[in-house]
Ligand binder design. Structure first.
Ligand SMILES: Cc1cc2nc3c(=O)[nH]c(=O)nc-3n(C[C@H](O)[C@H](O)[C@H](O)COP(=O)(O)OP(=O)(O)OC[C@H]3O[C@@H](n4cnc5c(N)ncnc54)[C@H](O)[C@@H]3O)c2cc1C
Length: 480
């Protein structure tokens, strides 16, 4: 009986792969995708727009080569990146609710590689108009020490670039990602309240859902955030730490132009950063001690703006139109492994760093692009996409980048917190050098923008929507 089910899954996979790999058959595939998958007599229910439901019965079972759990920005980007390499992908996550996403008032500063990736996936074109270019980053020493370090301005022009990235509201980015994912070929979505468990066998894994259904695949992608269920099911431990600080996030308008320059005030309780948005508006990430953040978050809007204005020293003129404020306790998390046991972690399931220096989601998007690169290479070689060798290649490609960002953000934050004199002298000297030595400034800018080593193909210009690997035509990695 078991073999019978496996044979039927294998047969369906082969049909699906041949169809996916024949570009002229893509329209046909879109039309009959649901019918093909419903041929699984286990009773999956297929809705319109290739949305599948995991049903209520234990017998319900879906299948795909890769199953992405979690549809946050890292999960959707990973799913689309994998689909772009020709992988058949299932995304299992709670249904997208625009109103809930719009309640997230945060913005994300994206670096050029992330923008290129989103452009190649057909996402950026639909949301770019809601972003502001970041032409420079200014650092102001506002610790109030006796010896004040000079202001440092990193300008995109110094690197021959038009901008160092772009800042976009999370709601706009998530809407564009969801729209693109709905239309991406090779990608299906299973709305579920939650994935609740995972069994890992030698050749497959099987993920179970709160509603009682299951999905089987070769590779699981844990994109279910910092409290990842899938990471725990793969027995990947974590190291977590907290900073005792809290970030207040909001959006506000101002009378003086920001000139597309981000400004970071380095203050004793933590950095206060204002990041340009279109027009005379900026987003705020204000790091404070927990007690002070609680006081500030509870202030009336007008009183809060008075306090903010004082911390900005008049940089943006008169302030107004403040959005609701949200608070985020600062913490760090590092997964023991980026991948093991047929499971790859992306985004905050793998790493959480404080919102300083705009690195968090940029790291998550790089996870997505590198994972697609490693899986694409495995497919091209006819290998199992969930095998240890594929996971090892992914681990090796991500560890140096994640470690170096985690350490540098941690050091920067801690260097502000401690009054240890030699540390302050070192920090001041560093800022002096950066203010006066163009070579150092450019070096730091470059290392802040790029991951070490070669960029994955999906982060390079000119790979728009292209299936990335020869494996898409070899028919090698079916679900056996
Ligand atoms: C104030 C602030 C400012 C920031 N600014 C920046 C910035 O400028 N630049 C930058 O790069 N980063 C920034 N970040 C970091 C960035 O916001 C995060 O890295 C990013 O949101 C993480 O995305 P994710 O997809 O990994 O996780 P999430 O957004 O947490 O997504 C996880 C998804 O998984 C789903 N899920 C959870 N459990 C399950 C389950 N069991 N089954 C199915 N689905 C599940 C959840 O519903 C959720 O949709 C900032 C963070 C903060 C707090």
């Amino acid at each position: 009986m078991k073999n019978c089910v496996n044979d039927s899954i294998e047969a369906r996979f082969k049909i699906l792969q041949i169809a996916v790999r024949t570009r002229s058959a893509l329209n046909w595939l879109d039309k009959f995708h649901s019918v093909l998958w419903c041929a699984n007599v286990d009773g999956c229910v297929v809705g319109r727009n290739r949305e599948m439901h995991c049903g209520n019965s234990q017998a319900d079972r879906l299948a795909a080569e890769a199953i992405v759990v979690g549809a946050g920005p890292a999960g959707l980007t990973a799913a689309m990146s994998l689909a772009a390499t020709g992988v058949d992908v299932l995304v299992a996550a709670p249904a997208y609710v625009p109103a809930r996403s719009e309640a997230d008032r945060r913005t994300t500063a994206l670096l050029p590689g992330s923008i290129q990736l989103l452009e190649n996936l057909g996402v950026w074109g639909t949301c770019a108009a809601q972003s502001a270019p970041l032409e420079g980053v200014r650092i102001i020493d506002d610790r109030g020490d006796l010896l004040r370090a000079p202001e440092v301005l990193f300008k995109a022009r110094e690197l021959g670039l038009a901008c160092l990235g772009a800042n976009i509201p999370n709601a706009a980015l998530n809407a564009a990602l969801n729209a693109a994912a709905t239309n991406a070929s090779g990608l299906r979505r299973v709305p579920t309240a939650a994935a609740v468990g995972m069994e890992i066998g030698p050749d497959f894994l099987e993920i179970s859902f709160a509603e009682g259904g299951k999905a089987r695949g070769r590779l699981a992608i844990a994109a279910d955030g910092r409290n990842s269920t899938i990471r725990a099911a793969a027995r990947i431990g974590t190291r977590t730490w907290s900073y005792g600080q809290v970030a207040i996030a909001a959006v506000f308008r101002h009378s003086r132009a920001h000139a597309n320059v981000t400004t970071e005030f380095h203050r004793r309780p933590g950095p206060l950063t204002v990041v340009p948005l279109p027009g005379d508006a900026s987003s705020l990430v204000w790091v404070e001690t927990a007690a002070e953040a609680k006081r500030l978050a509870a202030l009336e809007e007008k009183a809060f703006l008075v306090e903010l204005s004082a911390r900005l020293h008049g940089l943006l003129g008169d302030l107004g139109e403040l959005s609701p404020r949200a608070v985020f306790p600062l913490m760090g998390l590092q997964a023991e492994y980026m991948a093991r046991a047929r499971t790859a972690l992306v985004g905050e399931a793998a790493h959480v760093i404080p919102p300083i220096g705009a690195q968090g989601l940029n790291l998550g998007l790089r996870d997505a692009a590198y994972l697609a690169e490693c899986v694409g290479a495995a497919r091209a070689a006819g290998d199992d996409i969930g095998a240890d060798a594929t996971l090892e290649a992914y681990r090796a490609s991500r560890t140096p980048d994640i470690l170096s960002r985690t350490i540098s953000v941690d050091l920067l934050n801690r260097s502000l917190l401690f009054d240890f004199l030699p540390m302050q002298a070192l920090r001041g000297l560093g800022l002096h050098l950066l203010a006066n030595a163009g070579v150092l400034r450019r070096l730091l800018m470059r290392s802040g923008l790029d991951a070490p080593g070669d960029a994955p193909r999906l982060m390079q210009p000119g790979n728009r929507h292209a299936p990335l690997d020869a494996g898409a035509a070899t028919g090698q990695s079916g679900l056996r």
